[in-house]
Design a protein around this ligand. Structure first.
Ligand SMILES: C[S@@+](CC[C@H](N)C(=O)[O-])C[C@H]1O[C@@H](n2cnc3c(N)ncnc32)[C@H](O)[C@@H]1O
Length: 376
C-alpha cells in the first residue's frame, strides 16, 4: 500500500509494476487460490452483477468473472484500466474509466466490491451512501481495507469503517485477514480485513419530473416559443411547455400550461396525446415528456403571456423545422411527423442542448420495428 492512494498521477505511474506485489497480481497460485476462496465466500451465488470500483489492474474483477459473475470494473487511472482490459479480455467484464466516488454506471448491482480504495477517498462516509444506492435490494458492499504499516500507518481501521457504515443500517460483518499469510504471500503484522456490509436502506423508488408540451398546429405549421432568461436552453425554440404540478394529470397540466404561456383556453377534447418520450438533459436527470396536439383556432389566438421567459412566438413548417431548437423537442416533433409515439432521447454528458443536424442523434424509437423481425 501507499500513502498516495488518491493521487491519480501516482497510480498512472504505478500501474506497470502494480502486479509485482503478490496480493495485487495474484501470480502465485497459492495467493490466487486464497483470494479466490475468500471472494467466493463474500459474493452471492453466481451469476450476480458485481461492480468493482478502483479496480486497478483488474485482479479481483478477473476472479469474480471466473467465478461466473457479470463484472463491471471502474478505475480513474487510464494505464490501470488498460491493464485491466488486457487481463479481462476473453471475459464478459466491462472496464470503464471513471471516478469510484461517482461511478459512470447506470442500473443497480448485487455487489459493490472495493479493495484498498475507500480509505483514500476524500469523503469515505458519503461515498458509502452513494455505493449503497447502487445496490439492488438485498445487495452488499464488499470492502477490503486495512491500516498499513506500523510506524506511520495509513488506511482505515475496521472499527472506523464500521462507524462509517453505521448510518446505512443493516449488518456489517468484519473478517480479519492479517493472520492469513496466503493472502499476502508473506506474514504481515498490521490490520487487514474485509467488511461485508448489507445496508438496510432501501434504494429510493425512482421518480421523474413530468413535463407537458403543446404541438399547436396551424395547417402544416407548428407554434414554437423562443426561450429567454430561464437558465435552460435560452435562445432556442421550444414547444410551449411546463412541469406538472403535484397531483395534476397530464391533460389538465397541458390545459393549464397552454393558458399560462400562450393564453389559449383548451378543453380536454381539444387535446390528443401524440408523443411520450423519456428525455434527459446533458447535465440533468431524466424526465417524462408528453406532447399533445391541438388545432389553432380553438381556444383563441396565442399570445406571449410570459415575455420574461419567452422572447417570441412564431409559426414554423412542420416539415422544415428550424435548427435552433431544443434537441429533444425537435426529436419529438420529428417522431410525431413519423407517427412514432414513444421514444427515448437521453443526452450524454457534453452533448449540446441545441439540435444539431450533424448529431449526435439521441432519439431511440420504442415501438415495434416497421418490418416484423427487423432490428430496431
Ligand atoms: C491500491 S489500488 C487497488 C486496486 C484494486 N482494487 C486491487 O485491489 O487490486 C488503488 C486503485 O484505486 C484507483 N483509484 C484511486 N482513487 C480513485 C477514484 N477516486 N476513482 C477511481 N479509482 C480510483 C487507483 O487508480 C488504483 O488503481
Amino acid at each position: 500500500m501507499t500513502t498516495h492512494s488518491d493521487d491519480r498521477q501516482f497510480w498512472d505511474a504505478a500501474a506497470a509494476r502494480f502486479d509485482d506485489e503478490p496480493d495485487h497480481g495474484l501470480r502465485d497460485p497459492r495467493v490466487r487460490a486464497a483470494w479466490a476462496a475468500r471472494l467466493r465466500s463474500w459474493l452471492p451465488a453466481a451469476p450476480s452483477d458485481v461492480l468493482d470500483l478502483g479496480c486497478g489492474t483488474g485482479s479481483l474483477a478477473l476472479l469474480a468473472a471466473e467465478q461466473g459473475h457479470r463484472v463491471t470494473a471502474v478505475d480513474r487511472s487510464e494505464p490501470m484500466v488498460a491493464l485491466a482490459r488486457e487481463k479481462l479480455a476473453g471475459t464478459d467484464a466491462r472496464v470503464l474509466v471513471g471516478d469510484a466516488a461517482e461511478p459512470p454506471v447506470t442500473g443497480r448491482f448485487d455487489v459493490v466490491l472495493v479493495r484498498h480504495v475507500l480509505w483514500a477517498l476524500p469523503d469515505p462516509g458519503g461515498v458509502l451512501g452513494t455505493w449503497a444506492r447502487l445496490l439492488r435490494p438485498g445487495g452488499r458492499l464488499v470492502l477490503v481495507e486495512g491500516r498499513w504499516g506500523t510506524a506511520d500507518p495509513v488506511g482505515i481501521t475496521a472499527d472506523a469503517l464500521a462507524d462509517l457504515a453505521a448510518p446505512l443500517g443493516g449488518a456489517v460483518r468484519i473478517e480479519q485477514l492479517g493472520h492469513d499469510r496466503e493472502l499476502w504471500g508473506r506474514p504481515v503484522d498490521d490490520e487487514r480485513y474485509a467488511a461485508v456490509v448489507r445496508p438496510a436502506i432501501r434504494p429510493q423508488r425512482h421518480s421523474e419530473i413530468v413535463d407537458v408540451h403543446l404541438i399547436l398546429r396551424r395547417g402544416d405549421e407548428v407554434l414554437l416559443a423562443r426561450r429567454a432568461n430561464t437558465g435552460y436552453a435560452d435562445g432556442l425554440l421550444h414547444a410551449p411547455s411546463g412541469h406538472l404540478e403535484d397531483g395534476e394529470d397530464v391533460r389538465s397540466g397541458m390545459i393549464r400550461e397552454a393558458r399560462e404561456e400562450i393564453g389559449v383556453e383548451l378543453a380536454p377534447q381539444d387535446l390528443t396525446a401524440a408523443v411520450v418520450l423519456q428525455h434527459r438533459a446533458p447535465d440533468g436527470g431524466a424526465r417524462i415528456g408528453w406532447f399533445f396536439v391541438a388545432r389553432h383556432g380553438v381556444g383563441g389566438e396565442p399570445v406571449n403571456r410570459e415575455p420574461d421567459k419567452c422572447s417570441e412566438l412564431g409559426w414554423y413548417p412542420l416539415d422544415a423545422l428550424p435548427h435552433d431548437m431544443v434537441a429533444y423537442c425537435r426529436a419529438a416533433l420529428d417522431a410525431y411527423r413519423a407517427g412514432q409515439p414513444f421514444l427515448l432521447h437521453l443526452h450524454e454528458k457534453g452533448d449540446a442542448i441545441a439540435y444539431d443536424p450533424a448529431g449526435p442523434h439521441r432519439a431511440v424509437p420504442l415501438t415495434a420495428p416497421a418490418v416484423p423481425g427487423s432490428r430496431p
